[in-house]
Structure formats: structure tokens, C-alpha cells
Design a protein around this ligand. Structure first.
Ligand SMILES: Cc1cc2nc3c(=O)[nH]c(=O)nc-3n(C[C@H](O)[C@H](O)[C@H](O)COP(=O)(O)OP(=O)(O)OC[C@H]3O[C@@H](n4cnc5c(N)ncnc54)[C@H](O)[C@@H]3O)c2cc1C
Length: 275
């Protein structure tokens, strides 16, 4: 458990492009982020909502943290409007091109710089990179426990949390002592909408900006592209199979027979018992 007097909950939030509109540079294996508007990663809003619920019971503060370009401040302002007390943007040319490990490392040094914390609440994954690796990697780097794919919070306590974690085809009840990390699915809650007043206040709020110089102990080659053990070489979008329809125009009993035959042929039905 964090040793501070107050509870501190950290919510890493990524700014993502609108995935319905964004274009991919398939050959270079990257997303053309200038081709679409941006928004907070939807799963991270569930994480933030969970943080707000925790704060409502136990007090303390919520810190939203993001790694990204300077434009990511709009995502952090939205986080402030939705209940975060403080927002930090980790932004530096040396942080660019990070894979999941370098992203988790950079977020971790940012979180450590805050001092004590109790709970880190991430989304289960992002809608652009979609790896689901960053939350568990933060836990590894900070050497604290984690529970991933949390679909329900069963108990919130002052120094622990009990959750349902949906992983490996099953559901597990896990109790996590603080400090720890959880990553949440969309089923965990329904994020409330910010009020107009909160939105207006957030517009004027200050976002703390931390670059590599704010971490004198950190070398350039452990962050961003230089600190990334993996790189995406190519993106391939696998086309979804087209939906097909069949119409049977005989009388009803013949049509039913044909329908059953067609369903068997397609492997939808194995055996039909009509008793
Ligand atoms: C199509 C595509 C495929 C990719 N494949 C890989 C791959 O296989 N391996 C690899 O190492 N990298 C990959 N990347 C790069 C990866 O997207 C970035 O490293 C990214 O910074 C973090 O990974 P993610 O988006 O998958 O996050 P996830 O692990 O899916 O995110 C989980 C949670 O971590 C937090 N989080 C993630 N990123 C940030 C951030 N920048 N700021 C604040 N919080 C954050 C959020 O709470 C989020 O909900 C890929 C990128 C793209 C576009």
C-alpha cells in the first residue's frame, strides 16, 4: 500500500484516433494519426470511472497520465472534466516511436516520480495498438501485482480491491493488495458524462508537461524507439468474409428441409431432432 496519507490512484490514458476514419500506412506499419480526429481510448474512460468510484468511497486524488505528442493534452483535459484531479503529459521527441515496453517504461518512471500511489487503473487495451500489454508491463516494471481484464469490481477496500478477472477462457476472483495494477474491460462500468461546468473548468486547467530532462537518471536509449525491443514492420488488414444469403422458394415444409440441409452443409447444425 502506498505510504502517503492520502490515497492516490493513477489512470494511464492514451489518445487514440477515431478508428472508423483513420488511414493506415500498411507498408511502414504505422497509423497516419493526422488522418482522423482523436479521442481518449474508450477503455481508459472505464478505468477513470472506476477511479472516480474509488475516490467517492475513500477520498484521495486521481492522477491521469499520458505519453504522447503535445496534442494529447486534449485527452487529459477530458480526463480532468471526468473526475481526475491532476493531469500529466509525458512528451518528448525521445519518447516517440515507443513499442509497448518503452511506453510502459516511460509511464512507470512518470508514475514513480509522483511518489506514493495505491492503485494504477488501465484500460484492458487500446483501440489502435490493441496489444493489451502496457498495463501488465507497468506492473512488471514497478514490481507490483496486477489483475488484467477486470469485468467487475466486487469489493473496494482501503488497502485492497477484489475483482473478477476474465482471462484464459475463465473468470477468476482476485484480491489485489495495494499498490497494484488492474486493467478493465468495458463491462466494468458505464462511464458518466462530464457536466458542462466541469468541461469549462477543465479547458482552463493546467496540464503538467514532463520531458526526458525531468528524469535526469534516465538515458535516451531506454525510451522511445531506441528503447523498443520490437517494431511493427507491416500492418495487414484481413478482410472480413462477405455475408451471404440464400432464399428457399418452395412450399414451407420443403423450404424447412432445404434450410436444415443448408445449415448442416455449412456446419451450423450437426443433428436435428424434431421430437
Ligand atoms: C497496428 C499496431 C500494432 C502494434 N503492435 C505492436 C506489437 O505487437 N508490439 C509492440 O510492442 N507494440 C506494438 N504497437 C505499438 C504500440 O501500439 C505502442 O507501443 C503503444 O504506445 C502502446 O501499445 P498499445 O496501444 O497496444 O497499448 P495497450 O497495451 O493495448 O494499452 C493498454 C492500456 O495501457 C495504457 N496506455 C497504453 N498506451 C498509453 C499511452 N501512450 N499513454 C498512457 N496510457 C497508455 C492505457 O490505459 C491502455 O488502455 C503497435 C501499434 C499499432 C498501431
Amino acid at each position: 500500500m502506498g505510504k502517503g496519507v492520502e490515497k492516490r490512484i493513477v489512470v494511464p490514458i492514451k489518445q487514440v484516433p477515431d478508428m472508423d476514419k483513420v488511414k493506415f500506412n500498411k507498408e511502414e506499419g504505422r497509423i497516419d494519426r493526422s488522418s482522423a480526429d482523436t479521442e481518449p481510448n474508450p477503455f481508459d474512460l472505464n478505468a477513470l470511472e472506476e477511479a472516480v468510484k474509488f475516490k467517492e468511497e475513500f477520498g484521495g486524488e486521481i492522477v491521469a497520465i499520458s505519453m504522447g505528442p503535445s496534442q494529447a493534452d486534449s485527452t487529459l483535459k477530458e480526463a480532468l472534466a471526468r473526475g481526475a484531479d491532476e493531469a500529466i503529459l509525458l512528451s518528448d521527441k525521445f519518447f516517440g516511436g515507443a513499442d509497448t515496453w518503452a511506453t510502459a517504461y516511460t509511464l512507470s518512471i512518470g508514475i514513480k516520480k509522483l511518489g506514493n500511489f495505491d492503485l494504477i487503473l488501465c484500460g484492458e487495451k487500446t483501440v489502435d495498438g490493441d496489444t493489451g500489454q502496457v498495463g501488465p508491463e507497468i506492473a512488471e516494471i514497478l514490481d507490483i501485482p496486477h489483475a488484467a481484464f477486470v469485468s467487475e469490481v466486487l469489493e473496494r477496500n482501503n488497502d485492497s480491491i477484489k475483482v473478477v478477472s476474465d482471462a484464459w477462457g475463465g473468470s477468476y476472483v482476485k484480491k489485489l493488495e495495494f499498490p497494484g495494477v488492474i486493467t478493465v474491460t468495458k463491462d466494468v462500468n458505464v462511464p458518466r458524462l462530464p457536466s458542462l461546468k466541469d468541461k469549462m473548468a477543465a479547458r482552463k486547467a493546467e496540464i503538467k508537461l514532463w520531458g526526458l530532462d525531468d528524469f535526469p537518471e534516465v538515458e535516451k536509449d531506454v525510451v522511445g524507439i531506441r528503447g523498443s525491443p520490437t517494431s511493427v514492420n507491416k500492418i495487414e488488414i484481413v478482410p472480413e468474409p462477405k455475408r451471404e444469403g440464400k432464399i428457399f422458394r418452395d412450399d414451407i415444409s420443403k423450404s424447412v428441409d432445404k434450410l436444415i440441409g443448408a445449415l448442416k452443409e455449412d456446419g451450423v447444425l450437426n443433428e436435428v431432432r424434431l421430437d
